[in-house]
Design a protein around this ligand. Structure first.
Ligand code: NAP
Length: 258
């Protein structure tokens, strides 16, 4: 019997956990390929095949699905990676490849949290200097330029890879780090750098949640950029549920963020 081919759209801890779980559960019955955009210099090791780089839009992805005989697709990309998720929906609709979204459960606000929720990074940049002088940016590398005109603050910027060129910010310091992060260290970072406001995306998940707990404990406000709406389609919110779907079961549907 030939193995079914699974394409995982990845770049997240959940995608890596799904590749490991699928190998453990289905062994040789499933041929796993994880697709990465190629944003990080040294992606963490993954079981199965890895392909790196864009497909060239929905038509390119549809062609890839056909040419590689992909039987199923799991979109386990980051909640803010909205473009690739739309492209996956369109490509799977065009090719009739069954698709599942693995949606990271959102963070729940605690009564002691001081979150200021904003719609996008531009709104976060407009708010930041009104709230603090030592903002900590944990928003990834691609949208740093939104903060280019913010004056009178010194940013602490956490990135996965060291930047190859100066960041487009007026005053900043970079720290390098990849999750999962530890509460005691996040608390220490806030204190050591005298952080008075944290800026982050409402990504959800355990790996980057300790900074929010540290901010809560230290009374630091958080500018929280809301998630874009998730792509339409069947969605689950755990790796185990995605594995059940791959096994032909009918796992519970994820709750969607409004
Ligand atoms: P995006 O804006 O949704 O996608 C931009 C383009 O990058 C897509 O049109 C596609 O190019 C390509 N692409 C994205 N993800 C891909 C994948 N897994 N495999 C192959 N091509 C991919 O994506 P993004 O926000 O830049 O995120 C890129 C990757 O980083 C994703 O895999 C995501 O899971 C991961 N990530 C993102 C964030 C975040 O905050 N956005 C955080 C952590 C990890 P083509 O049109 O040419 O196919």
């Amino acid at each position: 019997m030939t193995a079914e081919r699974l394409l995982i759209l990845g770049g997240t801890a959940e995608a890596a956990a799904l590749a490991r779980g699928a190998l453990a559960r289905f062994g040789d019955a499933l041929e796993i390929t994880t697709s990465l955009a190629g944003r990080t210099a040294c992606p963490a090791p993954l079981p199965g095949r890895i392909r790196i780089g864009g497909f060239g839009g929905p038509a390119g992805l549809a062609a890839y699905l056909i040419e590689n005989g992909i039987g199923r697709l799991v979109d386990a990309t980051h909640p803010f990676a909205a473009r690739i998720s739309t492209e996956a929906r369109l490509a799977c609709e065009a090719t009739n490849v069954p698709r599942l979204l693995l949606l990271r459960p959102p963070w729940r606000r605690h009564s002691l949290d001081r979150w200021i929720e904003v719609e996008n990074m531009t709104a976060a940049a407009a708010a930041v200097a009104r709230i603090g002088r030592r903002p900590w940016l944990t928003v990834g590398a691609s949208e740093i330029a939104c903060f280019a005109n913010v004056a009178g603050v010194r940013f602490l910027v956490r990135l996965v890879d060291a930047p190859r060129q100066p960041l487009p910010l007026q005053s900043y310091e970079v720290i390098i780090g990849r999750g999962p992060f530890v509460l005691a260290e996040e608390r220490h970072r806030i204190e050591r750098h005298a952080i008075d406001v944290l800026v982050c995306k409402a990504s959800g998940g355990a790996a980057t949640a300790p900074k929010l707990v540290a901010a809560r404990e230290l009374g630091v406000p958080v500018i929280m950029v809301r998630r874009p709406p998730a792509a339409a389609g069947r969605a689950v919110e755990s790796v185990d549920a995605a594995l059940d779907w791959l096994a032909g079961l009918n796992p519970p549907e994820a709750k969607r963020v409004e």
